[in-house]
Structures are given as structure tokens and as C-alpha cells.
Design a protein around this ligand. Structure first.
Ligand SMILES: NC(=O)c1ccc[n+]([C@@H]2O[C@H](COP(=O)([O-])OP(=O)(O)OC[C@H]3O[C@@H](n4cnc5c(N)ncnc54)[C@H](OP(=O)(O)O)[C@@H]3O)[C@@H](O)[C@H]2O)c1
Length: 326
């Protein structure tokens, strides 16, 4: 009981101290400005959780560049409102909404299957959707929510769409998978025999762990593609601290303080989306060879444990087992 409380308390303190440090650094760094991006006519992108926040701004920008963008999300009304707003701004925008609940592996499979039945190319996949600090709970398939939604759901989605990504990368720029992670990965931990955080539960730790798992996935997946000479690249992106609804599960008094501070000091969703867009379009922009961890508009080196190749491989293999993939 006491150790569980201490674990929860310390996990929360660690995340808030990290947030404070990131915020200070953000004040020093200038917001990222986007260069003129190449047109994306004829290219297709999927953005998970593109109905609001950072994802919405990514969808809006890609649509403005002429891409056909598919928002994968749970909330149809939110998705349709997003489309309406984008189409009011850009009459030519080609944006659609498709139901995708990352907390259900069946929903992920259905989404991927119905996309593949349409025989469209897939040039950009942005694994953006996430939950943060949600109360302890399980996905439809029994996984801890942060681990299931932020990490496993996107793992399966990418896996199921891989053939299409490969095919689409053969002519023109390589296909690009962007995993939206967070600086919170720095204090995450991958405990292979407790991926569902059964021993002690802390929503703060679970979020950080899921973001580290995403970074592991991104790095290992990229290496697999490079070894197989497959025309698909993958990178992880930290958008910075951005004023969005992601913080809605914060403890109420903290939430009130956070929303005040956010208005003054956090990045806007447009600014948060900039690094995601740069990473997604860099292969088309300057023939970039992909990979790595992006933050503040460029590749950055992150903490050493994030690149432990043995742990990455073990997590990869366990995830394949958990998802029932061969
Ligand atoms: N905001 C920040 O300060 C910050 C910092 C670092 C990293 N990030 C990362 O940036 C990404 C975008 O976050 P955001 O700040 O834009 O948050 P947000 O506004 O809360 O957007 C999250 C999106 O994910 C969707 N989503 C949640 N659960 C889902 C599920 N089970 N299936 C499908 N979609 C689901 C949400 O849709 P619903 O309406 O269905 O919930 C929403 O559209 C996340 O990966 C986050 O970890 C954000």
C-alpha cells in the first residue's frame, strides 16, 4: 500500500519536473517555422486522432498541400467537424473520416482492411492519437490503456498497412511513418514482464512508458526497413508541450493551473504540428533518409536507454506475440 503510494507520487513528481524543464527549454527555443513544403497532390496520408489538437493541424496542412488525408478516429462528430472546418478554408481539400478505435484490435483490423480494399496508395502514416493520465483501465483486449492505445494499437496498424506503404514507396519518395511520441519517454521504463503495469499502477508512469515503447518501435521498425532495403522510413517526433485537450485528465486543481500556464507558455497546436510535418515530409522535401528522434524542428539525440537495441528487439518480439502476428 505504502510502496504503491510512493511509486505513484514519485512518478507524478518526475513527470511534472520534466515538464517544467521542457517548458523552460521551450522558452529559450524559438517556435519552429516551416519552409515552403512540396505539393503532395496524388499522395495519401493517414493521421490517427486527426480530429483535434496536433493531429488536426497536421491534417489541415497536408490537405492544404494537396494530399488526400484520412483521419482515423473514434469520434465521428469530431472528425466531421474537423473536415468541415478544413473544407471551409480550402475548397479543394480532400479529407475524410474513418472510424478507428485504437483501444480495440478488431477496430484497427477493420480500419486497415477497409483502407486496403480501396486500393489507394499510402505515402504517409502519422501515428498521432494518444491518451494521457487516464484512470486505470483496460482496452477491449485487456491491455493497460496507455500501452494498448498509444503503443500496441499503432504497432498493429503500421504492421497491417506495411504492404501498402512498401508498394507506395517504390515510385517517388519513400513512404514515411511518423510516431508522435514525447519527451516523457526519457523517464519511461520498459519492464518486459510487467508491460501492463500490474505490479504498481501509476497513470503518469504508464504514459511515459508507452511513449518510450513508441520510440523503441520507431527505431527498430526503421532499422528493419533499412536492412530489408524497403522504401519505408520511420521516425519518432516530440511536438513539445502543446496547449491541447491531452491534459484533460490532470487532477482538477492542477488542470486549472495548467490551462492558465498553457495559454501563456505552451506551444499552439500549429507550432506543435510543425516538427511532425517536417519529419513526415523530409523524404519528399530533401531526400532525407528518415529515422531518428525529432524535436524542435530537427533531429535530436535522446537519452541512451532509448536506444538499447537488445531491449528494443525483446519488446518487438513480445509485441508481435501479444498481437498474434507471425
Ligand atoms: N500536447 C502536448 O503537450 C504533447 C506533448 C508531447 C507529446 N504529445 C503527443 O502528441 C500527440 C497528439 O496529442 P494532442 O496533444 O494533440 O492531444 P489531443 O488533442 O488529446 O488529441 C489526441 C487525439 O487522439 C485521439 N484518441 C484518443 N484515444 C483514441 C483511441 N482509442 N482511438 C483513436 N483515437 C484516439 C483523440 O480522439 P478522441 O476524441 O476519440 O479522444 C484525439 O483526437 C499524442 O501522441 C501525444 O502523446 C503531446
Amino acid at each position: 500500500m505504502w510502496s504503491a503510494f510512493c511509486f505513484r507520487f514519485l512518478s507524478a513528481v518526475k513527470l511534472y519536473l520534466l515538464g517544467f524543464k521542457v517548458l523552460l527549454a521551450q522558452l529559450v527555443n524559438k517556435p519552429v517555422t516551416l519552409p515552403v513544403m512540396p505539393r503532395q497532390d496524388g499522395r495519401v496520408a493517414i493521421v490517427t486522432g486527426g480530429g483535434r489538437g496536433i493531429g488536426y493541424e497536421v491534417v489541415r496542412h497536408l490537405a492544404r498541400l494537396g494530399a488526400h488525408v484520412i483521419i482515423g478516429g473514434r469520434d465521428e462528430q469530431e472528425g466531421l467537424t474537423a473536415i468541415q472546418r478544413i473544407c471551409e478554408e480550402y475548397k479543394e481539400a480532400k479529407v475524410e473520416f474513418r472510424k478507428l478505435d485504437l483501444a480495440s484490435l478488431q477496430s484497427v483490423r477493420q480500419f486497415a482492411q477497409s483502407f486496403k480494399e480501396r486500393d489507394l496508395p499510402l505515402n504517409i502514416l502519422v501515428n498521432n492519437a494518444a491518451v494521457m493520465l487516464v484512470p486505470e483501465g483496460r482496452t477491449e483486449d485487456g491491455f493497460e490503456q496507455h500501452f494498448g492505445v498509444n503503443y500496441l494499437g499503432h504497432f498493429l496498424l503500421t504492421w497491417l498497412l506495411l504492404d501498402t506503404l512498401k508498394e507506395s514507396g517504390r515510385c517517388g519518395p519513400v513512404s514515411s511513418v511518423v510516431n508522435v511520441t514525447s519527451s516523457a519517454h526519457c523517464i519511461g521504463e520498459i519492464i518486459l514482464n510487467d508491460l501492463n503495469c500490474c505490479k504498481h499502477y501509476s497513470a503518469h508512469a504508464a504514459y511515459c512508458n508507452s511513449k518510450l515503447a513508441q520510440l523503441f518501435f520507431s527505431t527498430h521498425f526503421h532499422q528493419e526497413m533499412q536492412h530489408g532495403r524497403v522504401p519505408v522510413v520511420s521516425c519518432a517526433v516530440d511536438p513539445g508541450m502543446v496547449d491541447t485537450a491531452l491534459y484533460c485528465h490532470l487532477w482538477k486543481p492542477l488542470r486549472m493551473a495548467q490551462s492558465l500556464i498553457a495559454r501563456l507558455l505552451f506551444r499552439t497546436p500549429v507550432e506543435g504540428a510543425a516538427t511532425v510535418l517536417l519529419a513526415a515530409l523530409s523524404p519528399a522535401l530533401d531526400g532525407d533518409c528518415g529515422g531518428g528522434y525529432w524535436a524542435n524542428g530537427h533531429r535530436e539525440v535522446t537519452t541512451r536507454p532509448s536506444f538499447d537495441p537488445q531491449l528494443q528487439l525483446s519488446l518487438w518480439k513480445i509485441s508481435i506475440q501479444l498481437l498474434g502476428l507471425q
